[in-house]
Design a protein around this ligand. Structure first.
Ligand SMILES: [Zn+2]
Length: 105
């Protein structure tokens, strides 16, 4: 156990991206919360409940949606509607790719 004595500025809580597994400042990640009506609240930063965090990057969203990682984080399976909402969010991310960098496979 190493104790870091450096005084650092007040740090924002760190969260792990479901897609790439990187730990980042919570504010830099998109929060997904399971709503009461089995819907998903995407970007629900202030909503309480079990949530998952994903970078606002299409690659991370694709990875998160590929397996069951997101379902594990939310502790429930995704409905067809949930997946549709997530894919819709993913497509909005791809449209606004910062450097015009769009990967085609
Ligand atoms: Zn990520």
């Amino acid at each position: 156990m190493v104790t870091i004595r450096m005084t650092r500025p007040k740090q924002a809580p760190q969260r792990t991206c479901v897609g790439c597994g990187a730990r980042k400042d919570q504010r830099l990640l998109v929060r997904i919360v399971r709503g009461p009506d089995s819907g998903l609240i995407i970007g629900g930063g202030r909503v309480s409940g079990r949530g998952a965090y994903i970078c606002p990057a299409s690659e991370c969203w694709k990875r998160a949606l590929k397996g069951t990682r997101l379902e594990h984080c939310l502790r429930s399976s995704l409905t067809i509607e949930n997946r549709a909402a997530l894919l819709q969010y993913l497509s909005s991310l791809q449209e606004s790719e910062p450097n015009g960098k769009i990967h085609t496979e």
